[in-house]
Design a protein around this ligand. Structure first.
Ligand code: NAD
Length: 357
């Protein structure tokens, strides 16, 4: 098969980890007889430097015309003080909106080789951790009106959290359908005791439930969910929630299962073209030093093969190669443990490529 993949190399550690992900994809292409054509789509701080905007129109067009898109991470201190209207994150928000990516899927699965890195007590970890956060991505407070003004001699600000029925319905559907492919349990997280947007959220989710009679549905307030995630994460299968709550809960989930450098995520819309990225940022503190863990980026490439390019066997080959590499004792600094062999970003990538064979 021939597939065109948009490549967003990003900022900070982005280019380093992307190089390793492409090497892994090339190994998969060679093994399974595919051709991957990579098309560069600059975005983020580097695009601001080169084009004056965080997301050039040509980059969005490239992403839309390719079969799928791979993104590393963007941003960094260099662009923290520039005009807020063209900051790197604006590029990411515009890309998600431009590609109409309303669902973010973040798996949180305990990798057995890394269970010692879990901050939870062993008796909690023993029960197993394997859930997926489905986060609404282009609505809610991040996309509502942001306003700061002066009133009676002091500053005031608001950010409007708004949801329309169709926005809730389409993300709830992703939640239900994902639950059907997993253990058929869905927990919808909201703050319906306080927020109107949450009351509507809960009403719509309940209305849709009869369409999915096999899915065991429950609702949980976000403050309780944050607590339950560390008290007993084994109770969760699929968590579906709105943008801001999902942002926070999925970061919490990533800490529970180990390093932030290990986890991928997928952003999907109605078509097959998605955006795949690791969950971490551009880690400017370790950029350019061959210290980054490329595994989250590599597993994002695997997710892309599974969800957008219909290559489940190829995706499994990458996941297996990552597991075997960890079994062999190699670790980047962020997941280093006693008795293991510390390697850099490049050596970790090369070891995974070798395992694919
Ligand atoms: P971060 O995820 O970049 O880093 C947090 C910590 O985790 C740092 O100590 C970093 O060294 C470490 N880390 C992250 N990824 C790692 C990896 N692959 N291997 C080893 N260690 C890793 O978050 P931050 O420091 O809050 O943000 C840094 C920059 O990234 C900011 O400009 C922020 O806006 C941006 N950011 C971008 C995205 C994105 O592109 N989707 C997401 C979050 C943050």
């Amino acid at each position: 098969m021939e597939k065109r993949i948009a490549i967003i190399r990003g900022d900070g550690i982005g280019p380093e980890i992307m190089t390793q992900a492409i090497a892994v994809l090339d190994a998969v292409a060679a093994k399974f007889g595919h051709t991957f054509i990579y098309e560069e789509a600059p975005m983020g701080g580097n695009a601001i430097d080169a084009f004056g905007v965080p997301l050039p129109e040509s980059s969005l067009a490239t992403c839309l015309s390719c079969d799928s898109a791979l993104l590393s991470a963007i941003g960094g201190p260099k662009w923290d003080t520039i005009d807020p209207a063209i900051r790197p994150e604006k590029g990411l928000l515009a890309l998600r909106a431009g590609m109409k990516l309303y669902a973010n899927l973040r798996p949180a699965e305990m990798i057995p080789q890394l269970k010692d890195a879990c901050p939870l007590r062993p008796e909690i970890v023993e029960k197993g951790i394997n859930f997926l956060v489905v986060r609404e991505l282009i609505g809610g407070a991040y996309f509502g009106e942001h306003k700061t003004w002066e009133e009676n001699g002091e500053m005031a600000a608001h950010d409007i959290m708004a949801y329309k029925e169709h926005e809730i319905r389409r993300i709830a559907r992703v939640g239900f359908e994902t639950a059907m492919k997993r253990n058929k349990k869905m927990c919808s997280v909201d703050k319906a005791n306080v927020l109107d947007s949450s009351k509507l959220w809960r009403k719509i989710v309940n209305e849709m439930a009869p369409e999915f009679p096999e899915v065991e549905l429950r609702h949980m307030y976000v403050d309780n969910a944050a607590m339950q995630l560390i008290r007993d994460p084994s109770q969760f299968d699929v968590i579906v929630t709105e943008n801001l709550f999902g942002d926070i809960l999925s970061d919490e989930a990533s800490q529970i299962v180990g390093s932030i450098g290990m986890l991928p995520s997928a952003s999907l819309g109605d078509g097959t073209c998605g955006l795949y990225e690791p969950i971490h940022g551009s880690a400017p503190d370790i950029a350019g030093q061959d210290l980054a863990n490329p595994i989250g980026m590599i597993l994002a490439a695997a997710m892309m093969l599974r969800y957008s390019l219909e290559m489940p066997e190829e995706a499994a080959a990458i996941e297996e190669a990552v597991n075997k590499t960890l079994e062999s004792g190699l670790r980047t600094g962020d997941i280093m443990e006693e008795g293991m062999t510390r390697v850099g970003c490049k050596a970790m990538g090369e070891a995974i490529v070798k395992m694919i064979g």
